[in-house]
Design a protein around this ligand. Structure first.
Ligand code: HEM
Length: 422
């Protein structure tokens, strides 16, 4: 029996975290129902289940934007739908947290444009080329470290290790601090999952402590790079660039937190979802493996569409406006559900089919076109491509051996563990 036969659109509870642990097929049906029957749907805000050090008052509720065209339209108009008012999460971020978490993702122009200019200059072609050479070497090392075992946890031993090492190398973080970066970024995105913040502990406090640890790490590094600049991103960001611009201490810390969280958790989930997809759709693996370089560009886009590792971003309405016949008031929160836009039948032919040759594939997995489009999209695409090139080469029969152990989150479509064999 499908959800459509048992439930109606009124029974869909996006604000209940348990909804997000239902089988993916149930989620898909719920979003298909929303797109068809209530594409701009109002929901009460999720309840905070535990006591927290900084009280987060219940907000006014939000509109779930589930159709592709509406997600794109909102992203294109940052003047009407902003990112800088209480953040891009569903719950309003208290000002104490906003300054520290989110960095440019939670800013509007002119602050956003200034930040983006400084960090884009640091992501210069020489830096990106050096990283690309490194990705193949790191992927090989990761695979070599598990090869003889015949089986492993694909997420923690393979998928998570590549983006972590690449970002740490880019920033110049020494190897002894990798575990700190990994565990703290897990905590920051774990809201509600007891594997990372044990039951009974204050998730906001854990979140703040994790941020403070990362900030301390990067401050130490920046102080060193001001004295002894090297060829890394921390040196480029802490020292003034050609236009005389650099980041302040706090800006650097919050950008580092954004980078490790945005760069690690997303890419690792894309890679983990891909292994699961190739296990369930061996024909698609065969298509890619048969002509790797030709298929890689479309395969990578399909992996990001399929996985939609970031489920949503929020915008806040800045002035009364109308979208697809719905009148919004100033202050309304709109949640752009990328997972739903990426399955919109009006845009994608047979959207529930995993098709590594899909073309065109204008997915919004990296965000829709607009000022906040993912800064790391190119890097993420390269990491996914290189990882599968090396996996197909060295462990050609690798496959998942059990269902994914999923993160309890409405924000990150996360896989925490995925046993695999080869
Ligand atoms: C498959 C992997 C990835 C996915 C699915 C993803 C997804 C996204 C999405 C949806 C946004 C849009 C935010 C918005 O519109 O409000 C975004 C922004 C961003 N991403 Fe990614 N991302 C990925 C990888 C990366 C990597 C590897 C990095 C860095 C090394 C990165 C850094 C950023 C940054 C800094 C922003 C903020 C840009 C801004 O506000 O101007 N991302 N990402």
């Amino acid at each position: 029996m499908t959800i459509r036969e048992t439930l109606g659109v009124d029974d869909i509870e996006l604000s209940n975290l348990d909804f997000w642990l239902k089988p993916w097929s149930v989620r898909e049906e719920a979003f298909a129902m929303l797109r068809a029957q209530r594409p701009i749907a109002f929901f009460a805000e999720p309840e905070i289940e535990v006591e927290t050090i900084i009280p987060i008052p219940p907000g006014p509720g939000y509109y779930a934007i589930t159709r592709y065209a509406d997600v794109v339209e909102i992203s294109r108009h940052p003047d009407l739908y902003c990112s800088g008012q209480s953040g891009t999460t569903i719950l309003d971020m208290p000002p104490e947290l906003l300054e520290f978490f989110g960095s440019m993702i939670n800013m509007d122009d002119p602050r956003h444009a200034r930040m983006r200019r400084i960090v884009s200059a640091a992501f210069n072609p020489r830096m990106v080329r050096a990283v690309q050479d490194n990705i193949g070497r790191v992927a090989d090392e990761i695979i070599a470290s598990v090869r003889d075992k015949g089986e492993c946890d694909f997420v923690t031993e393979v998928a998570a290790r590549l983006p972590l090492k690449i970002i740490c190398d880019m920033m110049g973080v020494p190897e002894r601090d990798y575990d700190t970066v990994f565990s703290r970024s897990n905590i920051i995105l774990s809201f509600g999952d007891t594997e990372y913040v044990p039951e009974g502990e204050d998730p906001v406090l854990a979140f703040m402590n994790a941020g403070a640890d990362l900030a301390e790490l990067i401050r130490g590094l920046a102080a060193d790079r001001i004295e002894h600049p090297r060829d890394d991103l921390t040196s480029a960001l802490a020292n003034a660039n050609v236009d005389g611009e650099s980041l302040t201490d706090t800006e650097l810390a919050s950008f580092f937190i954004l980078l490790v969280v945005a760069g690690n958790e997303t890419t690792r989930n894309a890679i983990s979802h891909a292994l699961w997809a190739f296990t369930e759709h061996p024909d698609q693996r065969a298509v890619w493996a048969a002509d790797f370089d030709t298929v890689a560009p479309t395969a990578v886009e399909e992996i990001v569409r399929w996985a939609s590792p970031v489920i949503f971003m929020r915008r806040t309405v800045t002035a009364p406006t109308t979208l697809s016949g719905h009148a919004f008031a100033t202050g309304d929160k709109v949640i752009l559900f990328y997972n739903s836009a990426n399955r919109d039948e009006d845009v994608f032919e047979d959207p529930q089919r995993f098709d590594v040759l899909r073309h065109p594939n204008p997915h919004v997995g990296f965000g829709a076109p607009g000022p906040h489009f993912c800064l790391g999209a190119h890097l993420a695409r390269t990491e996914i491509t290189v990882m599968f090139r090396e996996l197909f080469r060295h462990l050609p029969d690798i496959r998942a051996t059990a269902e994914p152990d999923r993160l309890r989150s409405n924000f990150i479509n996360g896989i925490k563990h995925l046993p695999c064999a080869y």
